[in-house]
Design a protein around this ligand. Structure first.
Ligand code: GDP
Ligand code: MN
Length: 393
C-alpha cells in the first residue's frame, strides 16, 4: 500500500528529530558544558588549568615515614565522626585519601563515635593505612540533648520542619551530630593537643594527587580554614539563625573582624528568595563535610561565645541548624577573609556535588562538573559569591 508523500516526509522528519533529541541527551559530555551555577559571563575557575598553590610547599620524604624519629608532621589529624555501620563507606573514603595524599605524609586518623567502635571497625580501618589510628568515644555530656531543650517543643518543631521538607528533621541523632560538629568536637580530650584537622566522611571521594603537606600549607600561609565546595542552604532549616546572629553581634560589636566577609554573608542579589526566607543571610556556606582547619579558631573566645549563644537559643533542635552554616557565619564574621582558602586543587565528591579541577593530577571526575545529580542542583552552587566578595586563595 502506497503511503502519501506528505505523510512519508512527516514520518522522516519525526525520526530525524527523535535521533537529534537522543544525540543531545546522550552525546559524551552532554550535560557538563558550563555548570549552570556559574553565569555565562563568569568563567568557572575550575576550567582553568590548576596547579599547586604558590609559595613554599613541603614534600614527602623520610621525615614523613609513619615511625620517623624526627617527624616532619605538624600537630594535625585526619578526623572522622562515623558509625560502625558505615565501615564500608569509611574504608572507601580512606582508600581514596590514602592513595592521593596520606600514604606520602602519614598523618594519624582519629575516629569518633557516640558508642564504642567495634573490633571489626578498628581492624579494617587500621589495615588501609600505615599511619596511626585512634578510636574515641564521645563523652556523654557532649552528645546528649542539652537540659534546656523542651521535648514537646522539639516534636512540634519537627512537624513544621517536615512541612517544609527539611531532610532528617525528625531524626534526633542528626540534630545531635550537627551540634557536636558545630561546637563540641574540638573539645574532645583526645584533641586537646591537636591544632589542625581534616574532616573526612564515609563515602566521599578524592580524585587528585596532592604532593605537598596540606597542614604545613595551612600553617605556613597563615590559613584558618580550607574548603572545596560552597553551597546554598535550605532557608527553612535556619529561619532564626541569622536573627540570633545579629542579636549576638549587637551584644559583641567588637567581635566583627575588620576584614570580615560580611558582604558575602548578607548577599541577596543572586538568590533573593533565600536571603528573604533566612531573614537576612544568603545561606551560602562552606560545605563542611570537607574541612581542613585550625581548631584555634573554634577555641577562640569569639567562637565560644557565639556557639554558646546559639546553643542556648535552641535552633540545633527546634530548627535544623547545620554545622556548615554555623561554621561559615562565624568564619565570615570573626575571621580575616584572607585566612580562608579554597582548595581548588583537591578533587572531591560528597554526593551529589564535586570539586573537579582541570589538572593532569586528577582521575575519575569530570573537570568543572559541579553535580552528577539532576540539572537543577547546579543552582545550589554559590562559589561565584565567594569569588565576588572574597579572595580566591
Ligand atoms: P549528610 O552528609 O548531611 O547527609 O549527613 P551524614 O549522614 O553523612 O552525617 C554526617 C557525618 O556524621 C558522617 O560522617 C556520619 O558518619 C556522621 N554521623 C551522623 N550521625 C551520626 C551518629 O548518630 N553517630 C555517629 N557515630 N556518626 C554519625
Ligand atoms: Mn554526609
Amino acid at each position: 500500500m502506497a503511503i502519501a508523500r506528505p505523510v512519508r516526509v512527516l514520518g522522516l522528519a519525526a525520526v530525524m528529530m527523535w535521533c537529534f533529541f537522543l544525540y543531545q541527551v546522550f552525546r559524551p559530555g552532554a550535560n557538563i558544558k558550563v555548570p549552570l551555577g556559574i553565569p555565562n559571563n563568569e568563567r568557572d575557575p575550575l576550567l582553568d588549568p590548576t596547579g599547586e598553590p604558590e609559595g613554599i610547599l613541603h614534600r614527602a620524604g623520610p621525615g614523613y615515614a609513619p615511625d620517623a624519629a624526627h617527624s616532619e608532621r605538624i600537630n594535625a589529624t585526619l578526623l572522622a565522626l562515623v558509625r560502625n555501620s558505615e565501615l564500608p563507606g569509611m574504608l572507601q573514603a580512606m582508600r581514596d585519601l590514602e592513595r592521593t595524599w596520606n600514604h606520602k605524609f602519614n598523618y594519624p586518623w582519629t575516629f569518633f563515635n557516640d558508642e564504642e567502635f567495634s573490633d571489626e571497625f578498628k581492624k579494617k580501618t587500621s589495615e588501609v593505612t600505615n599511619a596511626e589510628t585512634r578510636y574515641e568515644v564521645i563523652p556523654r555530656e557532649h552528645w546528649e540533648v542539652p537540659s534546656w531543650i523542651n521535648m514537646d517543643l522539639f516534636q512540634e518543631s519537627v512537624k513544621i520542619l517536615e512541612e517544609h521538607d527539611i531532610q532528617y528533621a525528625g531524626m534526633m541523632s542528626y540534630h545531635q551530630m550537627c551540634r557536636w560538629n558545630s561546637g563540641l568536637f574540638y573539645k574532645h580530650p583526645a584533641l586537646a593537643n591537636t591544632q589542625f584537622y581534616w574532616r573526612v566522611e564515609p563515602k566521599v571521594h578524592f580524585f587528585c594527587d596532592i604532593d605537598y603537606d596540606v597542614f604545613r600549607f595551612m600553617q605556613d600561609h597563615n590559613k584558618t580554614y580550607g574548603f572545596t565546595i560552597n553551597l546554598y542552604d535550605a532557608p527553612d532549616s535556619i529561619p532564626s539563625l541569622w536573627p540570633e546572629t545579629t542579636k549576638f553581634l549587637s551584644a559583641h560589636p567588637s567581635y566583627l573582624h575588620e576584614n570580615s566577609a560580611m558582604n558575602w554573608l548578607v548577599d541577596k542579589a543572586r538568590r533573593p528568595d533565600h536571603n528573604y526566607k533566612a531573614n537576612g543571610y544568603s545561606t551560602c556556606h562552606f560545605w563542611s563535610n570537607f574541612e581542613i582547619a585550625d581548631m584555634s579558631f573554634w577555641r577562640s573566645r569569639e567562637y565560644e561565645d557565639y556557639f554558646n549563644h546559639l546553643d542556648r537559643a535552641g535552633g540545633f533542635f527546634y530548627e535544623r541548624w547545620g554545622d556548615a552554616p554555623v561554621h561559615s557565619i562565624a568564619l565570615g564574621l570573626f575571621e580575616d577573609r584572607n585566612r580562608i582558602h579554597w582548595f581548588r586543587d583537591i578533587g572531591y565528591q560528597h554526593i551529589p556535588f564535586f570539586n573537579c579541577p582541570n589538572s593532569p593530577k586528577c582521575k575519575g571526575c569530570v573537570t568543572g562538573r559541579f553535580t552528577d545529580g539532576e540539572a537543577w542542583l547546579n543552582k545550589e552552587d554559590c562559589r561565584p559569591n565567594w569569588f565576588k566578595f572574597a579572595h580566591m586563595d
